[in-house]
Design a protein around this ligand. Structure first.
Ligand SMILES: Cc1cc2nc3c(=O)[nH]c(=O)nc-3n(C[C@H](O)[C@H](O)[C@H](O)COP(=O)(O)OP(=O)(O)OC[C@H]3O[C@@H](n4cnc5c(N)ncnc54)[C@H](O)[C@@H]3O)c2cc1C
Length: 287
C-alpha cells in the first residue's frame, strides 16, 4: 500500500488527480478501523494531516467555514455560538479520543446515514466545498450531498476542502437516541435550526433512512402555519410537525433498533427539539 503525504492543498489535489483510487485519510477513525478489520485494503492512502489549512476555521459574511480537518474537539470548544447544532452533535460523537482525531470532513467523506454531523448540517443549510485539480471548486448543498448508503456526490478526483455553515440565525438543537450516553452510534437522530428573520425552520434526520435527509413537508408546514409571535406553537401544529418528520424517514430494522421504534423516536425528537428551540426563541425575544 502506497502512503502519500502531501504538505500543501495543491499537492493533495495533484495526488488525488493522479491517483483517484487513493483513499483520503484525515483523523483515521473510520479508515483505520476498516483497514484493521480488513473491510478494505486500498492501493494507496492519501494522508491529509500535514495540510495545515484543513485544520483551520474562519467566519466571513455570515458563514462559518470549517476546514475538513477540524476535529470535533475544536467544534465543541470553539463553535458553540456560531454553529450550535453542529457543536451539540459533535459533543455526542464517540469519546474524547475520537473527538480529538475525528473530523466533520471525515464524517462527510464516510457519508454514513448514522453520522452525527449530517442532521445539523442539513438543518442549517450547510454547503460542502469540494475541489479537484482539474475541475476547481464545487459547492454542494448538504441536501444534495448524500446519494446512498455511504455514498456521496463527491467525484473520484475530488477532496473535501471545507464545509460552509451559515452562522446560526436563531436557536438550534440536536437530539440523538442511543443505547447509552457515550461511544454510541445513533439509533436515530434529529436536528432543528430556527431562523426567525426568514421565518424558516430547517430539519435534518439521521440514521432513519438510507441517507441523512431533511423533512421537507414538515418544514413547509411550519413555513405556512407557524405564528412567529406566539408564546408557544400551537399543540396540534407541533404534533403534525412530528408526524410529518416521521413520514419523511424510511428506516429499517437492524441491530441498533427497529424501524417502528425509529419512526416513533423521530416523531418525539422533532416535537421536543421544536419546543426547546421555541422556548429559546421566546426567551431571546424577551431579553
Ligand atoms: C470508537 C468510535 C466511535 C465512534 N463514534 C461515532 C459517533 O458517535 N458518531 C459518528 O458520527 N461517528 C462516530 N465514529 C465514526 C468516526 O469517528 C466519524 O465518522 C469521524 O467523523 C470520521 O472522521 P475522521 O477524520 O477520523 O475520518 P477518516 O477515517 O480519516 O475518513 C473517513 C472517510 O472520509 C474520507 N475522507 C476523509 N477526509 C476527506 C477529505 N478531505 N475529502 C474527501 N474524503 C475524505 C476518507 O477517505 C474515509 O472514507 C466513531 C468511530 C469510532 C472508531
Amino acid at each position: 500500500m502506497d502512503f502519500l503525504r502531501p504538505t500543501t492543498w495543491a499537492e493533495a489535489l495533484a495526488a488525488k488527480a493522479d491517483r483517484p483510487e487513493a483513499v483520503p485519510l484525515q483523523g483515521g477513525t473510520d479508515v483505520m478501523v476498516e483497514i484493521n478489520f480488513a473491510v478494505r485494503r486500498p492501493p494507496a492512502l492519501l494522508d491529509l494531516t500535514r495540510v495545515a489549512e484543513l485544520r483551520a476555521w474562519s467566519v466571513a459574511d455570515g458563514v462559518c467555514r470549517i476546514g475538513a480537518g477540524v476535529p470535533y474537539r475544536v467544534v465543541v470548544e470553539e463553535l458553540g455560538a456560531l454553529a450550535p447544532g453542529l457543536a451539540q452533535a459533535a459533543r455526542t460523537v464517540g469519546s474524547p479520543q475520537i473527538r480529538n482525531r475525528g473530523t466533520v470532513g471525515g464524517n462527510l467523506g464516510a457519508a454514513s446515514p448514522a453520522g452525527d454531523s449530517h442532521p445539523p448540517l442539513l438543518a442549517a443549510e450547510a454547503v460542502v466545498e469540494a475541489e479537484s485539480r482539474d475541475g476547481g471548486v464545487r459547492l454542494i448543498p448538504a441536501a444534495g450531498f448524500y446519494r446512498g448508503v455511504k455514498r456521496s456526490a463527491l467525484r473520484p478526483d475530488e477532496l473535501i476542502r471545507a464545509v460552509r455553515v451559515p452562522v446560526a440565525a436563531g436557536p438550534q438543537y440536536f437530539s440523538k437516541v442511543g443505547t447509552r450516553n457515550a461511544m454510541v452510534i445513533a439509533v436515530c437522530s434529529f436536528a432543528i435550526a430556527l431562523d426567525p428573520a426568514r421565518q424558516r425552520i430547517g430539519t435534518g434526520i439521521g440514521s432513519a433512512a438510507p441517507t441523512p435527509r431533511r423533512a421537507e413537508a414538515a418544514e413547509e408546514l411550519l413555513a405556512r402555519e407557524l405564528d412567529w409571535d406566539a408564546a408557544a406553537p400551537d399543540a396540534s401544529l407541533v404534533k403534525r410537525f412530528g408526524r410529518l418528520c416521521a413520514e419523511a424517514a424510511a428506516p429499517i430494522d437492524d441491530v441498533r433498533g427497529t424501524a417502528a421504534y425509529r419512526l416513533h423516536a423521530v416523531e418525539i425528537m422533532a416535537r421536543r427539539t421544536l419546543t426547546w428551540a421555541w422556548s429559546d426563541h421566546i426567551g431571546r425575544r424577551a431579553a
